[in-house]
Design a protein around this ligand. Structure first.
Ligand SMILES: C[S@@+](CC[C@H](N)C(=O)[O-])C[C@H]1O[C@@H](n2cnc3c(N)ncnc32)[C@H](O)[C@@H]1O
Length: 247
């Protein structure tokens, strides 16, 4: 029998594949100064929690981009269940290829996904395709209080995400990539726990003695990440950068 993919096992049937929640996505979406967007792309959409929020609120087609077809299949299924299937277009592709498929974007949304190709690289790549005055809404893991980072937290991210920057550094990165900052919004702690870590933690615990080494390793890494979050003392978090493409 084929060994299951660790990602399929750990994230099975989950709506959220990163910190966040529907009401916060909606709050950030409604903070934008306009509400009509012709071309909307959700980069690294995963199972599409935020895709469905965008579709339901904007009532316009959302191009949902992800490189993992099983997540897109779940999104299609959930869109059907919610009566939103006609507004969701899925594209199984690398998010770095977005400019060649969508050369003229009004709103680019990316929750918990840009880090996969590097925050700076993602913003620079997408800037080519976002219309002047168009918007990019991108959430990114970052340092919130660099004076008081517990040593174990520093150690975890030294290997886990060495490119992690402060909010100020990320804003400078966005400006250098051709955007103006419209707003930021930090995700509350409960958006990490509810329907995310509270599902992942017991699952990962149940998999730490799995016969497959890759699955055991993924479970251990996940538990380490959750322990790091518990002792973080708010030294890091996820922040939405609401950006407007400069002329
Ligand atoms: C942490 S998940 C976040 C998913 C979703 N936005 C959410 O918040 O629930 C990151 C997603 O990015 C996708 N991904 C990773 N690298 C990618 C790439 N180069 N191009 C497209 N999608 C990618 C993964 O398959 C995964 O679905």
């Amino acid at each position: 029998m084929k060994t299951p993919d660790p990602i399929d096992l750990l994230f099975a049937d989950m709506d959220k594949l990163s910190p966040g929640d529907d009401s916060l996505s909606l709050y950030v979406l409604r903070s934008l100064p306009q509400h009509r967007f012709d071309v909307v792309v959700d980069a690294g959409c995963g199972a599409g929690r935020q895709t469905l929020v965008l579709a339901n609120e904007l009532k316009t087609p959302i191009h949902a981009v992800d490189c993992y077809q099983p997540f897109l299949d779940r999104l299609i299924q959930r869109a059907k269940e919610k009566g939103l299937a006609q507004l969701v277009r899925t594209h199984c592709m690398d998010m770095q290829g977005i400019p060649s498929v969508f050369p003229s974007i009004d709103l680019l949304w990316a929750e918990g996904a840009a880090y996969n190709v590097g925050f700076a690289n993602a913003l620079t790549t997408w800037a080519k395709a976002i219309k002047p005055q168009g918007f990019a809404v991108v959430s990114e893991l970052c340092w919130l209080r660099e004076d008081t980072i517990p040593d174990a937290v520093k150690e975890f991210f030294r290997s886990g995400y060495p490119q992690m920057q402060s909010v100020e550094q990320n804003i400078a990165t966005a400006e250098a990539a051709g955007y103006e900052l419209f707003n930021t919004c930090t995700l509350p702690r409960e958006t990490w726990v509810k329907e995310y870590y509270d599902i992942l933690e017991p699952r990962a615990k149940s998999l730490i003695n799995h016969p497959d080494v890759a699955i055991r390793g993924f479970a251990v890494e996940t538990l380490k990440e959750i322990e790091t979050f518990k002792i973080s003392g708010d030294s890091y978090g996820y922040v939405f950068y609401v950006l407007q493409r400069s002329n």
